[in-house]
Design a protein around this ligand. Structure first.
Ligand SMILES: NC(=O)C1=CN([C@@H]2O[C@H](COP(=O)(O)OP(=O)(O)OC[C@H]3O[C@@H](n4cnc5c(N)ncnc54)[C@H](O)[C@@H]3O)[C@@H](O)[C@H]2O)C=CC1
Length: 407
């Protein structure tokens, strides 16, 4: 590739010829009048796989290309990409495995396209669209995360590509090899449920399920050194109950579950929805089960239990909140509750017909009712989260004013 500065009307030209898989002579030429900076040259490497002549010169219009010669690695790769692009779609899978393995991972396509002029870029783009092994295979755009991992969304796959398991397998193997060479620590593969067949392909290459939602599953493969340092998925479910106390008469709202084998008095409650605040769950569950409206005041207790029945092998956090009622007429849910009533708090603290947690929290609530809720309340304050622009809730015992304002 001759050096030197081109004249103002110089033609920048690329001319590639090679023998196709069937021995046919193929040629690709593109030229444009505006020169562009070429990437720095590396040590030359020979290309035994095909006979090739290539020029990308600034020497002027119609200068004869040099005879067959060694190519630099970038050109070598470009040639392989072009060769794949020029083959009819059905024949691309017949490319030698060694060439398929040179498929750039999507991130690598950009520099190659940047090297190419508009005509060549069109070929590369077309090749990607038509199902070649080039670039981001089928529209996939792997992204780098801040921990040095790569994230791939298979929902980005273009429709005709969705059933091509073998091609996906080749692309994934080549990409993982490249990501390993680049020092990436992990791959996150997000698989829509209707493309679950591709999860099996990934599993055969060492991927494992990380977690699943209703419409997709996420698989991971650790590429870093030593055992995986990827965080595990959720370990707990969160249940929330409301101890609704009418401070005017000292009565508290209790229910008995319809579907429990051992039924004792308990506070109404249930599982927290995704993205739901603890206090909001308590208020919602109390209303759904009993028809009573209430307002969140504080957290009274938290119970943690591992291997909780009904938690699908996960642990259970059960939070009991103190609520203040704003309505008093019970209209309880017949499917969930056997009984529901306002009971004297003093009686609930003494009865043997309450679950152990209910019994303990009833005593705590009675203490607060008599001595002041500041002795038992874990209250909530809201703060802006660092980095995210979101807000979080911080639950803790009230601080005296003198400590709250320490700077
Ligand atoms: N110690 C206590 O006093 C009690 C505490 N809890 C806590 O409450 C929370 C959960 O409360 P829930 O009332 O269960 O939640 P919930 O009010 O959200 O109801 C869950 C619903 O799912 C249904 N369900 C559960 N497993 C099912 C299955 N395999 N097939 C079909 N339906 C199913 C239940 O019948 C119920 O209708 C947990 O944190 C638990 O630890 C629950 C009961 C008593």
């Amino acid at each position: 590739m001759p050096g030197g500065q081109p004249g103002p009307r110089a033609v920048h030209r690329a001319d590639l010829t090679w023998a196709s898989a069937k021995g046919r002579r193929c040629r690709f030429t593109c030229s444009r009048s505006r020169p562009r900076a070429l990437p720095r040259r590396r040590a030359p490497r020979s290309v035994p796989a095909c006979t090739a002549s290539a020029t990308a010169n600034n020497a002027g219009p119609l200068s004869a290309p040099p005879a067959s010669r060694e190519l630099q690695p970038g050109t070598d790769r470009l040639l392989l990409l072009l060769r794949a692009a020029m083959l009819p779609a059905g024949q691309r899978s017949a490319l030698p495995e060694a060439e398929a393995d040179t498929d750039p991972a999507p991130g690598a396509a950009a520099p190659l396209c940047a090297m190419a002029g508009p005509a060549l870029r069109r070929v590369l783009r077309g090749a990607r669209g038509r199902g070649s092994v080039v670039g981001g295979w089928g529209g996939l755009r792997p992204r780098l995360d801040k921990y040095g991992g790569v994230s791939v969304e298979l929902a980005e796959l273009r429709r005709p590509r969705r059933r091509e398991r073998a091609a996906f397998g080749r692309w994934l193997r080549a990409s993982v090899t490249q990501w390993q060479q680049e020092g990436r620590v992990a791959v996150w593969l997000h698989v829509p449920i209707f493309q679950s067949g591709l999860a099996a392909v990934a599993a055969s290459q060492g991927f494992a399920f990380h977690h699943a939602e209703s419409g997709s599953a996420t698989l991971t493969r650790w590429l870093g050194e030593g055992p995986s340092r990827l965080p595990a998925f959720a370990s707990h479910q969160v249940g929330v109950a409301g101890a609704v106390l009418d401070e005017n008469n000292g009565k508290v709202l209790v229910v008995q579950d319809r579907n429990k084998t051992v039924s004792g008095w308990k506070f109404p409650g249930g599982l927290s929805n995704p993205g739901e605040d603890i206090g909001d769950t308590a208020v919602r569950e109390v209303f759904e089960e009993t028809g009573i409206k209430s307002e969140f005041k504080s957290i009274l207790s938290i119970r943690q239990q591992h291997k909780h029945p009904g938690a699908f092998g996960k642990s259970d956090m059960y939070v009991i909140c103190r609520l203040q009622p704003s309505s008093f007429t019970i209209n309880f849910c017949q499917q969930e509750c056997l009984r529901c009533e306002w009971m004297d708090l003093d009686e609930l603290a003494r009865t043997k017909h309450a679950t152990p947690i209910t019994s303990n929290v009833a005593k705590l609530l009675l203490y607060g009712y008599r001595e002041g809720f500041d002795k038992i309340d874990i209250t909530m304050r809201e703060f802006p989260a660092v980095y995210t622009g979101l807000f979080y809730k911080l639950y803790h015992r009230e601080l005296p004013e003198s400590y709250r304002n320490i700077t």
